[in-house]
Every structure is written in C-alpha cells, then in structure tokens.
Design a binder for this molecule. Structure first.
Ligand code: UDP
Length: 235
C-alpha cells in the first residue's frame, strides 16, 4: 500500500492511500504524551493496543447504529477511516468525577455525577486546549448551535452504549474525550480514537486505574494495563 503522510499528531498519523479515493489510513504510534506534550515517552506496543481497542469500540458502536469514520482494522497499528474535516472541539463526557473536575472545581475524586456532564475544549496546541463554551464555539465560527446539539446527542448516545459495554466487561467508564468531523456531504461524523489514552477506565471491582493516568502520574507501565483492558473487552 503506497501512502503519503498528510497529518502527524502526538499519538497518530493519518495517510492518504495512493490510488484510493475517499479513504485514509490512521496509524497509531507508540508515543505517549501527557500535560500538553510536556511528558513524553515511547511505550512499546501501545499503538497496536490502542488500534485494537479502538477498532473493537468503533465496531461495537456501529452495531448499535452509531457510525464513525472507522471502516476496518487492517494491520497491528492501522485502521482504514473515512476522510473528515476535523472540528476543533474536544468533547469530554463525564460520569464520575476525576482529573480536572477534581483539580479545577474541587469535586471529590470518584464521586458519581447526577447525570453525564459534557464539556468542550478548544483543540489547539498553541493555546493549550482551554475549556470553552458554546458561545466561544459560535463566535469563533467553529460550529453552529444545531451542529453542537447533534454532537451532544451523539456523545450522550456513545456514553450510554460504552458505559454498558464496559460494565458488561468488568470496567467502569469514568470519562472520555471524543472528536468529530465533517464528511464530504457536510454531515457530522464521530472521528479520532476511543482508547485508554482518551478514556478513564477503572476496574469495576478493585477500582484499579487501567488508563493513561498510569502514565500521567508514573503509576505503572501502561502497555500492561492496556493489555488488561483488551483481554477484558475481548471476553
Ligand atoms: N482527554 C483526552 N485528551 C485531552 C484531554 C483529555 O483524551 O487532550 C481525556 C482524558 O483522558 C479523560 C477525559 O478526557 O478521559 C477528561 O480529562 P480531564 O479534563 O480530566 O483531563 P486531565 O486534565 O486530567 O488530562
């Protein structure tokens, strides 16, 4: 497969496939980063684990009627995806208080929220991904109100499906981040990845953290905990 790099991010690369229209290759890297790129390390096997986990989750969502850019997993570290124009909003959905909700707003870690809480972050390395509001998104002409309503609705649907899926496999879905893009018809489609890099996942029984917090706070080898997730969700 002849390919041309068109985008390189912190954890993934996107390639155009020469001779194939309307299809991109999304390759997961072993690089782990945290705190806006301040902490960086290569973790052998992470790319393949996130590719497998993301593929399982996107396939599960597809089986529930939630489409995404995901087409199929084609190698250890690669999946075919539909080309999208990415919307510069990171949508975070939370079920349980953790991370910045504890740090910035004083929530008690692990407190159950009364309902799913959605937040928007401006996807910009230059400005450090600040929390922002619908008013900013409108004013900056990133998306309109109706598009954001659709994004909220899809996010809540994804949350319901993934919460059930993970809990059926012994895992608690604490929070997660989604990204969306416009397809060639201008329709909004779920994009990016859904993996332990972008979700907080705790063991349902022990409460053990199985996600990227292990890397953020030097708690252990993330490839080992990501394998635990893959083993659980494959069962
Ligand atoms: N998240 C992400 N990418 C980001 C920021 C957050 O995937 O650039 C995910 C993170 O893994 C967690 C959720 O979004 O599952 C909420 O993150 P939080 O705001 O608590 O971020 P923190 O400040 O702890 O990174």
């Amino acid at each position: 497969m002849e390919k041309k790099l068109i985008y390189e991010g912190k954890a993934k690369c996107i390639y155009e496939i020469i001779g194939r229209e309307n299809i991109y290759l999304q390759e997961f890297k072993d690089d782990a980063t945290a705190f806006n790129g301040e902490k960086k390390q290569s973790v052998a096997g992470k790319g393949a684990l996130n590719n497998s986990i993301s593929a399982i989750l996107f396939e599960y969502l597809r089986s529930k009627g939630v489409n995404s850019h995901f087409i199929e997993r084609v190698s250890d570290t690669g999946m075919l995806v539909r080309p999208l124009k990415i919307i510069k909003v990171e949508v975070v959905c939370r079920n349980i208080a953790a991370g910045s909700l504890v740090r910035k707003f004083g929530f008690s870690e692990a407190a159950e929220l009364s309902k799913p809480l959605i937040e928007y972050y401006y996807k910009s390395d230059e400005f450090g991904d600040p929390l922002f509001t619908l008013a900013h998104i409108e004013e900056m002409k990133i998306a309109n109100v109706n598009e954001m309503k659709k994004i909220d609705a899809v996010t809540l649907e994804v949350n319901l499906h993934l919460k059930k899926f993970f809990s059926d496999h012994g895992i608690k879905l604490v929070d997660f981040k989604l990204e969306f893009g416009y397809d060639s018809n201008g329709e909004i489609v779920l994009a990016d990845e859904i993996s332990p890099d972008t979700c907080r996942l705790w063991d349902l029984e022990s409460g053990k953290k199985l996600d990227k917090d292990n890397f953020r706070f030097g708690l252990g080898n993330i490839a080992e905990t990501y394998v635990e997730i893959l083993d659980k969700i494959r069962k």
